[in-house]
Design a protein around this ligand. Structure first.
Ligand code: TYD
Ligand code: MG
Length: 466
């Protein structure tokens, strides 16, 4: 038999190295590489005698399609994020920072499903039975028939959940606590986590139970993060939020059975997570309409319009290199907008610090936010507040042109619903609703937008004249 070679695996991204290094070449993280024994578990290599392969029947692409059988939790924000409920026989990974509310969400889901007559098993590897019971009491879940186990050994868990009637849903909280006798590495390492997750997925596929796996996102890399198993599961959801805010967003990043751009919005309260069915109201809740530098962006998340405030602060810098700080948006995208403003609109920002923030701890991924960002920046620089009842959306190209974006009608409808009577949007949008009545202003270039916000009063002049 070949000599056993140990491997050095990055606990953050799973890259295998032949020797230890301080920094992982794969993901650039420091101190995440740990020595692991590759024997046992996944990637155990050609240690065993290879069995003779069995031919499977090849089939065609056309044929009967079955709708994925789902179990609905009745928590509509959760069902929306999963694409209509948990799919039987599938494995879902729910990742997120520690303390963000994963266990809370899943306990509430378990209770809701149990009330609907499903058999739910909650396996907690992190908290003792008493702790889980305490949380269940707080969440009004204690009187339900959710079955609870505090266990971390993969073989024991499999024996437990395999016993008796098949469960409809199994929750494993969390994958980082799983350890198997078949893998030699320490609990929490990539090998252990992968081995455990693979065993759970196999159980789900064999029995038809839905499997929910909780994974902590770890910055330190002492334990393997959810990334290392993302490719193995059917769906990946991330539970995000700012600790300072009480909103929590469940975002779908991969889904083999549904759309991947949906979000579920929750609010953390003292009695658990509360669904937020109209996120716009929440994100616009604390607006100061008279302050310069705030623009409302009419965005789309999946199938749902979301209105959110973009805040900018542009102030003269005291540093040699001005600061650019962004929260909730892509910083390279901000750099692009600043460059276009300088090159095509004569807005000089080289001597200014620029801070950009998306209200409510929300994160915008859409390029359609360009126009709202540009408006907020110009408004702050000019010291002029934007009209309080106006929304902005549209993509800015490097030439300074404003490009149309999708879902115009939906964005405008949501804006109207929330009392925004005006909008500034790209010219030539495909699905413009009829009956504009002059409230919506179509714009085709960024200089035009800048002139509308600041130009008429010459508010940007002094900066140019220096
Ligand atoms: P938890 O679900 O334990 O987080 P995770 O499993 O992602 O690590 O949630 C922990 C936080 O949520 C904790 O700081 C307390 C807070 N919380 C509430 O505010 N209200 C509640 O009803 C519950 C159960 C928790
Ligand atoms: Mg937890």
């Amino acid at each position: 038999m070949a000599k056993v070679r140990t491997q050095f695996i990055c606990q953050n991204c799973g890259t295998v190295h032949s020797r230890w290094a301080g920094k992982c070449d794969g993901c650039g993280e420091w101190n995440t590489i740990v020595e692991e024994d590759p024997m046992g578990g996944i990637g155990s290599g050609p240690g065993k005698v290879p069995k003779k392969g069995r031919a499977v029947t090849l089939t065609s692409l056309s044929g009967e399609i079955e709708e994925a059988p789902r179990i609905h939790t009745g928590i509509s924000e959760l069902d929306r994020a999963t694409g209509g409920g948990f799919v039987r026989g599938s494995a879902v990974l729910i990742g997120g920072d520690p303390g963000i509310g994963k266990s809370t969400l899943l306990m509430q889901a378990a209770a809701a499903l149990s009330r609907r007559g499903h058999r739910i098993i909650y396996v907690s590897g992190e908290e003792a039975v008493a702790q889980v019971r305490l949380r269940a009491q707080r969440l009004d879940a204690a009187s339900t028939d959710v079955l609870l186990a505090a266990e971390t050994n993969v073989e024991d868990i499999l024996a437990t959940i395999g016993e008796g009637k098949r469960p409809d849903l199994v929750i494993i909280d969390s994958i980082q606590t799983l350890w198997s006798d078949t893998a030699d590495s320490a609990p929490g390492t990539v090998t252990q986590v992968r081995t455990g997750v693979q065993a759970m997925i196999r159980f789900a596929k064999q029995t038809g139970a839905a499997m929910v796996l909780v994974g902590h996102v770890t910055k330190e890399g002492q334990i393997a993060g959810p990334r290392v198993v993302e490719h193995m599961v059917d769906a990946v959801l991330y539970f995000e939020g700012d600790r300072g805010h009480h909103y929590r967003i469940l975002r779908t990043v991969k889904n083999r059975f549904g759309p991947t751009d949906e979000i579920g919005v929750f609010e953390m309260s003292d009695r658990g997570l509360r669904e937020v069915s109209n996120p716009s109201e929440l994100f616009l809740g604390e607006r100061n309409e008279k302050a310069p530098g705030a623009a409302v962006f009419a965005g789309i998340e999946g199938t749902r319009p979301v209105l959110v405030e973009v805040q900018a602060l542009v102030a003269p810098t005291s540093l040699g290199t001005p600061r650019r700080a962004v929260v909730g948006w892509d910083s390279s995208r901000l750099a692009m907008i600043l460059a276009v403003l300088e090159a095509h609109c004569g807005v000089r920002l080289g001597q200014h610090d620029v801070y950009l923030n998306v209200a409510g701890g929300y994160r915008i991924g859409e390029p359609a936010a360009d126009m709202a960002v540009a408006s907020a920046l110009v408004s702050s620089l000019a010291g002029l507040a934007l009209p309080a009842d106006c929304v902005y959306f549209g993509e800015v190209s490097l030439s300074g042109a404003i490009r149309p974006v999708a879902h115009t009608a939906q964005r405008l409808k949501e804006a109207e619903k929330l009392g925004f009577s005006a909008a500034i949007l790209p010219a030539g949008s495909a699905d413009m609703p009829k009956g504009n009545g002059g409230r919506w202003t179509e714009i085709d270039s960024l200089p035009d937008l800048v002139a509308r916000i600041a130009g008429s009063r010459g508010a940007l002049r002094p900066a140019e004249d220096d």
